[in-house]
Design a protein around this ligand. Structure first.
Ligand SMILES: Cc1cc2nc3c(=O)[nH]c(=O)nc-3n(C[C@H](O)[C@H](O)[C@H](O)COP(=O)(O)OP(=O)(O)OC[C@H]3O[C@@H](n4cnc5c(N)ncnc54)[C@H](O)[C@@H]3O)c2cc1C
Length: 424
């Protein structure tokens, strides 16, 4: 068969997808289209080692695990899709035909909403290696203060690097504590204390109203309560938006901007028709996860991009005889001397138990439950037993899972995860 397969989005999910396409036996033409000029590279070290200056962004290039023998179209964006003609339009106007298509266009950092303020020198977002190189250069010039807008994982990791570099940091966080929306206040309060001990000035329950500048350079920000924060560098860390604008007019269905897929990564169009010849994977895809029944799940997790890219690439070639995609979501982060690992998803948890270690020890595993079932486990510097909890989540084990284990308090006494009140 010499069908043409095209992969749009040449990063982690795209590369692992392309490798799976070859491993599944596709010997015909294979093209990877990527709007960045770089070969696929790894993003997690950007907010850790690269901005710290420990190594350059060039060292993040991903290894090819399989000889691809592919045509690479780097530095060229896909700007349109005709799913009936099976044709992609590239930024230069060229039309690229496909028989099967894998969409792995990921997500981009949400920019500051006011374009003139976002364009001030000294205002950064962090998604790609060029962003990381630019931020590294700015941090190396020893700014007097860095302001981080947003208390998610990337904001926290960047704050950690800034403190390691000896820089003054303020974090403006719309929630009561960093990561509260993902971990609940019962756990994120611990992280907040750790960050404050490390010297981060946190402004909780606060929002930035506007950025200030002088002669084209950022000078700080004004908060919604009128308070002013001076800063030479501002990192806007307000989450990511799926890259699906290029699919406007294609008729493919989207939910909250993400491409709607079924449990085999096949994309659905707005009429409900499932396209078996178009699959999507990674940060761009929303899909039904069998462990989390309430609607579609979109993950911004390295492990998901790898597993789903490989699954979708294989299914594109082999068809849908295999089981649905059901990889357990996992995530890690390094910050403030901590290794944080999460297995499963905490969304909707109604109870929490510290099942190994404790907050007092500064190392623990916390399990999250929903209606008596274990749905997630979080480790702070305590990953050794995490695989056992991951297995319990996959087995839909009752909550709390695993009682009587080593290093476990006798009273597990589930508590309230304490979710922050939704922000407007
Ligand atoms: C700074 C940072 C740190 C992270 N740290 C961690 C971590 O510690 N742990 C963890 O689990 N996860 C982490 N992640 C998340 C993880 O890196 C992502 O989940 C992963 O990169 C997703 O891969 P992807 O291939 O789906 O999407 P992406 O990596 O976003 O790749 C999509 C690619 O498609 C390109 N593209 C977009 N639109 C088009 C178009 N129209 N035409 C052609 N190409 C296009 C994009 O430019 C990009 O190259 C981090 C992410 C970032 C940004």
């Amino acid at each position: 068969m010499s069908e043409r397969i095209v992969v749009v989005g040449a990063s982690l999910a795209g590369l692992r997808g392309a490798e799976a396409i070859r491993l599944a036996g596709h010997a015909g033409p294979l093209t990877l289209v990527g709007d960045e000029p770089h070969a696929p590279y790894d993003r997690p070290s950007l907010s850790k080692h690269v901005i710290a200056g420990e190594f350059g962004a060039g060292a993040t290039t991903l290894p090819n695990l399989v000889a691809l023998d592919a045509e690479w179209r780097l530095g060229q964006a896909a700007v349109g899709l005709d799913a009936v003609k099976r044709e992609i339009v590239l930024s230069g106007g060229e039309q690229l035909e496909y028989d099967r298509l894998l969409i792995t266009t990921g997500a981009r950092a949400r920019s500051w909403h006011e374009p003139l303020e976002a364009a001030l020198t000294g205002v950064f977002t962090l998604r790609g290696r060029d962003d990381a190189e630019a931020l590294r250069g700015a941090l190396a010039r020893k700014p007097e203060r860095v302001l981080i807008i947003g208390g998610g994982f990337i904001g926290c990791e960047a704050a950690s690097v800034c403190r390691d570099l000896g820089l003054a940091v303020t974090m403006v966080d719309p929630g009561p504590a960093p990561l509260a929306r993902i971990l609940g206040i019962s756990v994120s309060g611990f992280l907040r204390e750790r960050m404050e001990r490390a010297g981060v000035e946190i402004r909780p329950n606060a929002k930035v109203r506007s950025l200030t500048g002088e002669a084209g350079r950022v000078t700080g920000a004004i908060l919604e309560d009128g308070a002013e924060v001076s800063a030479e560098i501002i990192l806007v860390a307000l989450g990511a938006i799926p890259n699906t604008d290029w699919l406007d007019g294609s008729g493919l269905a989207r939910e909250k901007g993400a491409l709607v897929c079924d449990s085999h990564c096949r994309v659905r169009d707005e009429s409900g028709f499932i396209h078996a010849e178009i699959r999507a994977a990674g940060d761009v895809a929303a899909f039904p996860h069998p462990l989390y029944d309430d609607g579609l799940t979109r993950l911004e997790h390295w492990g998901n991009a790898v597993a789903q890219g490989a699954y979708a690439g294989r299914a594109l070639v082999k068809g849908d005889d295999g089981p649905a995609f059901s990889e357990l979501p996992t995530f890690w982060s390094n910050q403030f001397g901590l290794t944080i690992k999460l297995a499963g998803l905490t969304k909707g948890a109604d109870s929490l138990a510290f099942v190994q270690g404790s907050l007092k020890d500064g190392r623990f595993i916390a399990a999250y439950g929903h209606e008596g079932r274990t749905i997630a486990a979080l480790s702070f510097d305590c990953a050794r037993w995490l695989p056992a909890y991951a297995a319990a989540i996959e087995a839909r084990a009752p909550f709390p899972p695993i009682t009587g284990a080593v290093d476990q308090l006798t009273r597990l006494g589930p508590i309230d995860p304490a979710w922050p009140v939704a922000q407007g």
